[in-house]
Design a protein around this ligand. Structure first.
Ligand code: SF4
Length: 339
């Protein structure tokens, strides 16, 4: 799917950057209502309910400037994370952004790309002679608005000539055609988040279908990019083993030479926190997500809050199930972690 916003907001000075000007002209030609903001903090809708405000924000794009240049670590995925986009027009009910960006669930794109890349170069230089890896998808889905910004393309081009920098990103969107002919030099790893039809149909709205994600992943792989898959959130429900097995079979049918494909898998079981449960219930009062703490194992998380995961015996069974299936369908792959 290709997302088009219903309204766009521009932060002060955003149009002074080439990408800001380009986006302004693009949205004007598309007759999409544009509003200039005096500040991002002023963007609010006091009179609307949480679910109305959420829907409004998800239909909007904010064009802004990334101010803070301090990069935070991003273990185990990469050394640091950075953003060209925060938020995402998708509406996955379990999304970590429900809590991280609970007050302003807007998709915000940054136009000062050169400043962002110059800053990354400083981090790379300060870690020489080591390789430094950067995650582009920690605060949103960068490919979700690629058809509008072209920012993933510019990041791939920046890293393609970097001797000591590497880029990683994760997505549920299939807009990859503009990336296929790039001279990426194998410096960017693309991972697709995939899931069973039950999870996608019930909880992942406004994202691409499994079929489209697999087709896009297949194109990325054929274009020579290092490729990985994140299976998340893994859920236990009636028929889950059959659905996850058939998902892996479909994936196998799309990947060239699957027996020798050096792809990677990251496996993340479904979890929620007390805070995410509150926000999810406000935004999606009819959600089918299982948010019952009593049947879960309470685990202390790295961000200083408890998370609720499957009981230890259930999670052990899940881990064994995926290890066995992945080994069968992709014998040359690596499972990076199960959590
Ligand atoms: S696609 Fe990713 S970032 Fe977007 S709503 Fe879904 S989980 Fe969140």
């Amino acid at each position: 799917m290709v997302f088009m916003p219903k309204q766009v907001f521009f932060e002060p000075k955003a149009t002074e950057y080439p990408l800001g000007e380009e986006l302004y002209n693009k949205f004007q030609k598309l007759n999409i209502p544009i509003q200039k903001l005096s500040s991002y903090n002023k963007l609010d809708r006091e009179s609307s309910s949480p679910s109305e405000f959420y829907a409004f924000a998800k239909d909007s794009i904010v064009v802004g400037i990334k101010r803070s240049m301090k990069l935070v670590p991003c273990k185990p995925s990469a050394d640091y994370q950075f953003s060209l986009v925060t938020g995402c027009p998708g509406s996955c009910q379990y999304c970590y952004l429900q809590t991280n960006q609970s007050l302003k669930p807007f998709t915000r794109v940054y136009v000062n790309r050169d400043e962002i890349f110059n800053n990354i170069q400083k981090y790379i230089d300060s870690a020489l002679p080591n390789i430094t890896t950067f995650e582009l998808a920690s605060t949103g889905d960068p490919l979700s608005v690629e058809h509008l910004t072209g920012s993933v393309k510019s990041a791939i081009e920046f890293f393609s000539t970097s001797e000591h920098g590497r880029l990683r990103l994760v997505t549920k969107f299939s807009y990859v055609d503009s990336l296929l002919d790039l001279n990426h030099n194998g410096k960017t790893k693309v991972r697709y988040t995939i899931n069973s039809p039950y999870v996608i149909n019930n909880f992942e709205f406004n994202t691409d279908s499994l079929e489209n994600r697999l087709d896009a992943a297949s194109k990325i792989y054929s274009a020579g990019y290092p490729l990985g898959f994140i299976i998340a959130p893994i859920m236990i429900y009636e028929g889950y083993k059959e659905e996850y097995t058939s998902m892996l079979e479909s994936l196998r049918s799309k990947i060239e030479s699957p027996d020798t494909a050096p792809i990677t898998f990251e496996l993340i079981q479904y979890r929620f926190t007390a805070k995410s449960k509150k926000v999810i219930n406000e935004r999606f009062p009819l959600t089918k997500l299982d948010l019952n703490e009593e049947t879960r194992f309470k685990k202390w998380g790295p961000y200083g809050v408890y998370k609720y995961v499957y009981q230890k015996d259930e999670s052990k069974l899940l881990k064994e199930f995926f290890e066995e299936k992945i080994k069968k369908y992709f014998p040359s792959s690596t499972i990076e972690y199960f959590t």
